[in-house]
Write a protein that binds this ligand. Structure first.
Ligand code: MN
Ligand code: MN
Length: 319
């Protein structure tokens, strides 16, 4: 154990059911200075088009994250020895103003980026990824490994509104934040509004791995394909829990049956070790639809999985 790095509260001193539930039981700080990785909640679902509730995600994910321990049982990565990590609290948002929220989120993540820390976030709905990318990808576009039932590359909703949780990655490509040829979407499925809904993703060069292909080829092949697509460049991991089957993650706003098992998704996430990861998020956990708390546990667990990968990247870059 590195005494100079933040460690979770010792469960043999204060048991897991006790104390204040920060992410992973890490110290809470208001400043990203000195951090390698900042864990952030974004309690905002103003981009949700149907069943709202993801604004409550960060608090429940924090609560369930007290079940996470310190070492990954497969990779044996120990993220708190590899990197300085803390819970940076929740990002300021405005629950009654979408545009103001996008500005606030971008501003908050700029301070993280300027401090040299990599953000790992708990949403919130999927629109939060757009202002996060505005903050961390304005100097060069990033690639993305995107787990989701939905492509989130629609254009407009409700007339001419360009910003919902169904549009962030079209906007991110248009704004030069996201390189579509270095983007892989995994688990896409479900009915769509129109036959042309996938045209933007496919024509812009995103690699769309529909759930049917995932099932036919299996996680190992999906890992190979994801690594081929994103290559060596800076890459963001965005994990929408509705990419999982609702049997495993029912507490979300837009469930689609026929999705990945938690095991399959864990296998793919673990297969991303060694990529140049510059941040990540777990979004669309909606506690009002999650009476058992299991979806928040799933969200906390995938946060830990992604944290291990980013911490490994931090340690490798340090040399
Ligand atoms: Mn999504
Ligand atoms: Mn989705």
């Amino acid at each position: 154990m590195r005494p100079d790095r933040n460690q979770p509260v010792d469960a043999s001193v204060v048991p897991r059911f006790g104390d204040i539930p920060t992410f992973m039981r890490l110290p809470h700080t208001r400043h990203a200075d000195g951090l390698d990785i900042a864990l952030v909640g974004v309690p905002w679902d103003g981009g949700t088009t149907n069943r709202a509730g993801a604004r409550h995600g960060p608090r429940e994910i924090r609560n369930q994250s007290s079940l996470m321990r310190k070492v990954h049982h497969v990779s044996r990565l120990a993220p708190y020895d590899l990197a300085q990590v803390a819970d940076l609290g929740d990002c300021p948002v405005n629950p009654i103003d979408l545009m103001d929220s996008l500005a606030r989120i971008e501003r908050f993540y700029r301070t993280i980026h300027q401090a040299g820390a990599l953000p790992l976030s708990a949403g919130g709905d999927h629109l939060i990824t757009l202002p996060i990318m505005r903050a961390i990808a304005s100097d060069r576009p990033v690639g993305m490994v995107h787990f989701d039932a939905h492509s989130d590359t629609n254009d407009r909703y409700f007339g001419d509104n360009p910003y919902t949780h169904g549009t962030p990655f079209r906007r991110a490509v248009e704004e030069g934040l996201l390189d579509p040829r270095r983007t892989v979407q995994i688990g896409i499925r479900g009915s769509i509004y129109g036959a042309g809904d996938m045209a933007f993703a496919e024509e812009s060069g995103m690699r769309v791995i529909y759930m049917e292909e995932f099932t036919a080829t299996g996680p190992e092949q999906v890992i190979r394909e994801a690594r081929r697509v994103v290559g060596d460049g800076p890459t963001y991991v965005s994990f929408d829990v509705d990419g999982l089957d609702p049997a495993f993650a029912p507490g979300t706003g837009t469930p689609e049956i026929g999705g990945m098992t938690t095991r399959e998704a864990q296998e793919v996430v673990r297969g991303l070790q060694g990529l140049d990861l510059v941040g990540g998020d777990v979004v669309e956990v909606a506690p009002p639809f999650d009476p058992s708390g299991n979806t928040a546990l799933v969200g906390a667990t995938f946060m830990f999985e992604i944290l291990c990968l980013i911490a490994d990247r931090v340690a490798r870059n340090r040399g």
